[in-house]
Ligand binder design. Structure first.
Ligand SMILES: Cc1cc2nc3c(=O)[nH]c(=O)nc-3n(C[C@H](O)[C@H](O)[C@H](O)COP(=O)(O)O)c2cc1C
Length: 387
């Protein structure tokens, strides 16, 4: 018994280490570039530096794939992780960088965006802060190129952060620089010796400005999530429902193994919970043996509360970000002949429907099990869609 307790405590402590890596409050900004010779990449590093100067903000530099896979990229650029269109949804803000090609953006970046139609129709990028920087040769057409990039981002409804006259006070004006009111650029010229210190300075300020807007808007509900009626605009407020129904969301249970309490992939949150309350299992055992149906329902209710507690963490504390409960699966520890799993699971389904209203309607499966972890009478697997 003592040995089991020791193992459990060790597992809890280990799980704290794993859990600590999930920093839901951190602002995540993607710096997404196409670059062949590395000029745009040098600007991207300055943008990322500026982003990370903003408190609690992380920058990740990635590249879009080349249209021509045989194209020779600079060694540094080649090593960058390649982004997929789907992952754009996962960031709080995105800085886009491209070389100026014929007073326009590069064909590779353009091709990447040609795959974004599903995001366009679903308004996925709407309201997400963004900014554009570029690397040019002589600078011919650099502003036209940024503005043509802006056309794409405006079509997605993104919030475009311009540079204005950011960083120009310290600009070396004795030579031409790539600063524009729209975004930083670099005039690499034929030797490719730029970016200059001045150009990098503007890029850094631009990165910081994007991080500020991304941090500010991170937890603000999107326009799409605020339901509009013909006469009034009304927000569905989960917190009010919880208060009105005197439902108290507990502390999210900590994992007791080498896993995290939730994962998020493509706006779906995956959660698994058992009937833990204050560190103990509610009504442990087997339905049809030592646990009554009423006790199993009580344990199921507690398990769903735990699921919602973890979901709240996954939403950065704001349950109004939940778009849909996609599916619930309830596993019940029962005797072999037991068949009334659906009735037990209703206490989880009813709670979900009460808390999330229309968005709480879900697909469902219920399954009988020979045994469940730490003798819980129930385990619930949940999938939610969030903003
Ligand atoms: C097809 C092509 C078209 C280009 N068009 C322009 C242009 O219109 N204006 C300009 O200033 N530079 C132009 N350049 C130069 C690039 O913008 C410049 O070399 C840039 O720094 C390359 O960025 P990278 O090193 O990230 O690939 C062009 C280069 C290529 C290959």
């Amino acid at each position: 018994m003592k040995k089991q307790l020791l193992l459990l405590v060790t597992a809890v402590l280990l799980s704290f280490g794993v859990h600590a890596q999930v920093k839901s409050s951190e602002t995540n900004v993607l710096v997404l570039i196409y670059s062949q010779g590395g000029g745009t990449y040098k600007m991207a590093k300055a943008i990322a530096e500026g982003i990370q100067e903003y408190p609690n903000t992380k920058a990740t530099i990635k590249r879009v794939p080349s249209i021509n896979p045989k194209e020779k990229l600079s060694a540094e650029v080649e090593k960058l992780a390649v982004a997929t269109i789907d992952e754009l949804a996962n960031y709080d803000g995105i800085a886009f960088g491209s070389p100026v090609h014929f007073a326009n953006i590069s064909a590779d970046m353009n091709y990447f965006f040609s795959q974004s139609i599903p995001f366009w129709t679903s308004r996925t990028l709407e309201g997400k802060p963004t900014t554009v920087f570029m690397s040019s040769g002589s600078g011919a057409g650099k502003e036209a190129a940024i503005l043509s990039f802006w056309n794409i981002l405006a079509s997605h409804g993104m919030i475009i952060v311009p540079t204005g006259i950011m960083g120009t006070a310290t600009l070396d004006k004795s030579v031409a620089q790539g600063n524009t009111p729209f975004g930083a650029t670099s005039l690499t010229g034929s030797p490719g010796i730029r970016p200059s210190e001045s150009e990098l300075g503007v890029a850094k300020e631009q990165g910081k400005a994007l991080a500020r807007v991304a941090s500010g808007l991170k937890n603000v509900p999107t326009t799409k999530s605020v339901k509009t009626t013909s006469t009034e605009t009304k927000t569905i407020d989960v917190n009010k429902t919880l208060k009105d129904n005197k439902i108290v969301i507990p502390e999210a249970p900590k994992p007791v193994g080498n896993y995290v309490p939730y994962t998020i992939s493509n706006h779906k949150v995956y959660i698994n919970q058992v009937a833990l309350k204050d560190g103990k299992i509610v009504n442990p055992g087997k339905v049809g043996a030592n646990v009554t149906e009423e006790q199993a329902k009580e344990a199921t209710y507690q398990t769903m509360l735990n699921v919602i507690a973890v979901l709240k963490e996954a939403c950065g504390g704001d349950l109004n970000k939940v778009k849909q409960c996609v599916q619930l699966t309830g596993y019940f520890n029962t005797t072999p002949e037991y068949t009334q799993h659906a009735g037990l699971m209703n206490s989880a389904s009813n709670l979900t429907a009460l808390v999330f209203g229309e968005n709480g309607k879900h697909a469902r499966a219920t399954i009988g099990a020979v045994s469940l972890p730490i003798n819980s009478v129930v385990e619930i697997q949940a999938i939610f869609e969030i903003e």
